[in-house]
Design a protein. Structure first.
Length: 106
């Protein structure tokens, strides 16, 4: 008998958190809260993974697209926001009722 492993004896390769998030983002647009509940990780951790996923997707000729957050009171859209997390307050009307940004793969 040789020292080689058979395919059936190889340890199973676990899916990483980032691969799980990529799989989720290939469907409909999701908020960080929805991603966190489906991936089983805290919402803050999702925001930490998004910049890395953006780099990964760009090397594969894809793009991590964002539907920007929007103020529910005055309708201001946060188009130029660099950070992926939800803003705390609207710069126009100072309201704190802001919709979450949605993420998906193009």
């Amino acid at each position: 008998m040789t020292g080689r492993l058979k395919i059936s004896e190889l340890p199973e390769r676990k899916e990483t958190v980032r691969r799980k998030i990529l799989a989720l983002l290939s469907g409909t647009p999701l908020s960080a809260k929805q991603i966190s509940s489906r991936a089983g990780i805290p919402e803050k951790e999702v925001y930490g993974h998004l910049p890395h996923l953006e780099k990964t997707v760009s090397t594969r000729k894809g793009r991590l697209a964002v539907i920007p957050a929007e103020c529910r009171r005055c309708g201001f859209v946060f188009r130029k926001r660099e950070r992926p997390n939800r803003p705390g307050r609207c710069p126009v009307c100072r309201a704190e009722s802001i919709s979450e940004p949605l993420f998906f793969l193009e």
